[in-house]
Ligand binder design. Structure first.
Ligand code: DHE
Length: 514
């Protein structure tokens, strides 16, 4: 019998007594309702790890409230209908108890997890005749696969299985031949686009955020929540180059919010989630000359005993995500708590400006373009129906474009006059706005699958077509003519999420997230 109404307003102890705490079996509740997303061992999957190490760092509502009502701007639903109030309280308490055993996950464990495909045979040339630079991947989260598309004909060249719950953009090597894909439970998969074969995979962390590749294609950095490390893998064979414990200047361990590559600086830049610091991890031959604005790669290398030295920069606020300017000299960062944003000058290592960015900007999907002789950057907000457009010379907001609801992803292309942004959350999740990059006005709102989530856009190499996901289990990728905005094709797919075009990604197109 449900006792929810009766228990409202009572303390947890009283509620438990009334509902009979003995009756609640949090482990069973967990197995039934939570394990699919958070992992059987509570070590994370699509959702974060549910263990004291991460829960005590949880900002915003308390654990029981999140179980009861869900968490805004994430995939976490509420369980008030499925669980009694006493079960919710017991489950919240149980999640705060330490795991019997948190496995160590250092270089030895990562190395032991590595599985290379014995049948892999590299091909001297692609086994297909498509334009290698127009290959486009579509991640299908419905059944954990990736479809490899010919970007001209939209023929599916291969459909391969990925680790469970891929998150973030796959990263291509500079030749566009291999791609690296990361899952939230820390697996990194290497796949050869020429031979259409998996090369191998390794578990670089237990709960991971995203990956970045060095511009020379040699190293892959894996940002982890659990353990609190940055794992550096060799892209050649996925062997461990280094596991860097993420411990602040003040000796506080921290999760990594996100890592991105900064090609001209020959570094990976990462934001920390629990400490107000940005880190720069250098992989090039000249790391001590960090901070110089000019390209020093032609200068003779100097010997450094540490191949991946770390520079730690204190910032005024914790950053959940960030965005670079085109020269990689400035970082635009924001905290998801929604206290606005900040601009950090990477050369001098200081904040130089504040940004008017309320409502959880999703900076990772920001894009830039030229407008009125200046570079502007646009980002959707996870908590508000608005797209902010910011002048990157003055850091002032040029316009806040009102949309039909909070968006997650946006994209454009150098050859397109439009930017596309979804309405991921709320009653208008089936809408996709197309916005003119000059007038900053919405020119069309697409509604291709009423009632279904329509999200994430990627362009073909030449910008002539835009690919949009119907983010449902029996979903599709819709191909639009990017000029006429008319639908051209509909490719059936299982809950397609992100799409990634080789050319747009390896050239760091200004219309795409990095
Ligand atoms: Fe993502 C990219 C963080 C929730 C799907 N997401 C990213 C990146 C970051 C990030 C830092 C950039 C990584 C990269 O590409 O290298 N995402 C976060 C969060 O902090 C947040 C809000 C909560 C969380 O717990 O992680 C979050 N993300 C989601 C989702 O709920 C989405 C919609 C479904 C899912 O699969 O989890 C989701 N995120 C994506 C996708 C990308 C992404 C598809 C790549 C976009 C791209 O075009 O590059």
């Amino acid at each position: 019998m449900k006792t929810k109404g009766l228990l409202l307003g009572m303390g947890v102890a009283a509620s438990l007594a009334l509902a009979g705490h003995g009756a609640a079996d949090p482990a069973a509740s967990y197995a039934e309702h939570c394990a699919d997303c958070h992992g059987e061992a509570r070590l994370g999957g699509m959702g974060p790890a549910l263990i004291p190490q991460t829960l005590k760092r949880m900002r915003g509502p308390k654990v029981a409230e999140v179980i009861r009502s869900g968490r805004a701007a994430t995939q976490m639903p509420g369980f008030a209908e499925a669980l009694e109030e006493a079960e919710i309280a017991a489950l919240a308490d149980w999640l705060k108890t330490p795991l019997d055993h948190v496995p160590d996950w250092g270089a030895a464990e990562i190395t032991a997890s590595r599985v290379m495909n014995e049948d892999y045979a590299p091909a001297a040339a692609p086994v297909w005749s498509s334009d290698p630079m127009n290959i486009t991947l579509a991640v299908e989260t419905g059944d954990h696969h990736v479809s490899v598309l010919d970007g001209d004909t939209f023929e599916v060249l291969d459909r391969f299985a990925t680790p469970l719950v891929v998150h973030g953009g796959p990263k291509f090597d500079p030749q566009g031949r291999h791609v690296f894909i990361m899952s939230r439970d820390g697996w990194v998969q290497k796949y050869d686009l020429w031979s259409l074969q998996e090369v191998g995979r390794t578990r670089a962390g237990l709960n991971s955020r995203n990956i970045a590749m060095s511009d020379d294609g040699k190293w892959l950095a894996v940002a982890n929540y659990l353990p609190m490390t940055l794992t550096i893998l060799s892209t050649e064979d996925l062997s461990v180059a280094k596991v860097i414990p993420v411990i602040s200047k003040g000796k506080v361990p921290s999760r990594v919010s996100a890592v991105y590559q900064a090609p001209p600086r020959e570094s990976f830049v990462l934001a920390l989630k629990d400490v107000p610091e940005i880190w720069e991890v250098f992989y090039g031959p000249n790391p001590p000359r960090m901070g110089l604005a000019h390209d020093y790669r032609s200068e003779p290398p100097i010997k450094n005993p540490d191949p991946f030295p770390v520079r730690k920069i204190t910032v005024p606020d914790v950053l959940d995500d960030f965005f670079f300017d085109q020269k990689y000299e400035h970082v635009m960062g924001a905290s998801r708590d929604g206290n606005g944003g900040q601009v950090i000058d990477l050369v001098i290592g200081h904040k130089i400006a504040d940004l008017a960015l309320p409502g959880m900007p999703h900076l990772g999907s920001g894009i830039t373009w030229q407008r009125d002789g200046t570079t502007v950057m646009a980002t959707p907000h996870l908590k508000g129906g608005v797209v902010s457009v910011i002048d990157m010379a003055t850091w002032q907001t040029v316009k806040q474009i009102e949309t039909l609801g909070p968006g997650f992803f946006m994209r454009s292309h150098e050859n397109s006059q439009y930017l596309w942004v979804d309405v991921f959350f709320g009653p208008n999740k089936d809408k996709m706005h197309v916005i003119d990059k000059n007038t900053l006005e919405i020119v069309k709102t697409l509604d291709p699958a009423p009632g279904q989530t329509v999200a994430h856009v990627e362009f073909t190499r030449d910008g002539s077509h835009a690919l949009v996901s119907i983010w449902e289990d029996d979903g599709a990728v819709i191909v639009y003519d990017a000029k006429t905005l008319e639908e051209v094709r509909r490719l059936p797919m299982r809950k397609p999420s992100g799409k990634y075009n080789v050319w747009n990604k390896i050239t760091f197109s200004e219309g795409t997230s990095h």
